[in-house]
Write a protein that binds this ligand. Structure first.
Ligand code: HPA
Ligand code: ZN
Length: 349
């Protein structure tokens, strides 16, 4: 593998936009743009407590994770039919294509929908149809990860897993999301163990707002293969060393962290520190419709704010493929595409 050229000719933002990437932390319900929320509300005759798209967008001023989650769950109330889930995922996949995302491992929150009487089958079939279409029409490998809502009980997570049993061939893994503080990973140890027996990959949100102990617990009690967010790890040097040594990927979401006030401004984001400590950190969009940006926006803005360079860009994109659940052969293909992009940029010097 060649190292990147010391000086890159074209602008760094152009390189960042052009680089092939994997997105490993995207909640599909968080890709629902206000325009699509209003369109689906009309189609399904769902009443919204907002007068207009602008009125809804004005409500997107968050002070922490919970203030966002309240609006995010309300937005998802317009999703009723299989086509709604397809249309939402397809809109995201078109945006992903524009940002040179080659692989997307997409979270969905079935309990947000089954609680409203929408069948698991409706949710999974709609999302899966968009994933199949993405491969055929966009050349994107898109896979689904079912997330359990951690503010609900483990018994409810088991019920959700039961409902998903007929569709496990369409799901590559399980995750854990929603309100973090007060709902530590160990609350879900049994259901994650069962998911492991079923051959599902396991990831968990930990250390977004919660303490480093939640990251340890996700690793030790849930056997999480990746940590979603994980930015609080910097508070614990032993944990940092472990994450680097075990090559546990962190799916970091800079604009999300900014909008949910995890960091006061992007210049103080610790992504660069995580990378420089040798962690397998990646860049992701989390809930792009709510946080003001998709993948390339996250890359361009965090690089501008923290002064990272082309070496960081190379590491982040390679990390995204290494950290993915793609096959070893597919990973080699993705890495070749990263190297080709660097060669093309170096050639235009
Ligand atoms: N954290 C926890 N739960 C979530 C998030 C997040 O950033 N986005 C959607 N559900
Ligand atoms: Zn998330």
């Amino acid at each position: 593998m060649s190292t990147p050229p010391a000086s890159l000719p074209a602008s760094l933002p152009d390189l960042l936009r052009a680089l092939p990437k994997a997105e490993l932390h995207i909640h599909i319900e968080g890709s629902l743009e206000p325009e699509l929320i209003f369109q689906l509300a009309k189609r399904n005759r769902v009443a919204l407590p907002y007068a207009s798209v602008e009125d809804l967008r004005r409500a997107y001023a968050f002070s922490n994770l919970q203030s966002f989650l309240d609006i995010y769950y309300a937005g998802a109330s317009v999703l009723l039919k299989e086509d709604d889930f397809h249309d939402m995922a397809w809109a995201y996949l078109l945006r992903a294509k524009a940002d040179n995302v080659l692989r997307a491992e997409i979270f969905f929150d079935p309990q947000t929908h089954t609680a409203r009487g929408v069948a698991m089958e409706t949710v999974v079939n709609g999302l899966h149809r968009a994933c199949v279409r993405a491969k055929a029409e966009l050349g994107i490998d898109a896979e689904l990860i079912l997330c359990f809502l951690r503010h609900l009980s483990e018994a409810e997570a088991f019920e959700t897993l039961e409902q998903a049993m007929p569709y496990l061939d369409r799901i590559i893994g399980v995750g854990l999301d929603s309100s973090e503080v007060g709902h530590p990973p160990e609350k879900f140890a049994k259901v994650f163990a069962r998911c492991g027996e079923l051959g599902l990959h396991r990831v968990a949100h930990a250390g977004e707002e919660g303490p480093p102990e939640y990251i340890r617990s996700a690793l030790d009690m849930l056997k999480a293969e990746r940590i979603d967010h994980g930015v609080q790890a910097v508070k614990d040097p032993d944990l940092m060393r472990r994450l680097a040594r075990e090559r546990i990927p962190l799916t970091v979401c800079p604009l999300s962290n900014l909008k949910l006030c995890v960091f006061p401004d992007l210049a103080q984001h610790n992504l660069r520190q995580l990378l420089d400590a040798g962690l397998v950190a990646t860049v992701n969009s989390d809930d792009p419709a709510y946080f003001g940006g998709y993948m390339n926006d996250n890359f361009v803005e965090v690089f501008a704010a923290t002064g990272m360079d082309a070496k960081h860009a190379r590491q982040l994109t390679l990390n995204s493929f290494e950290g993915s659940f793609a096959s070893a052969a597919a990973k080699r293909g993705y890495v070749d595409r990263v190297e080709e992009t660097f060669a093309r940029f170096a050639g235009s010097a």
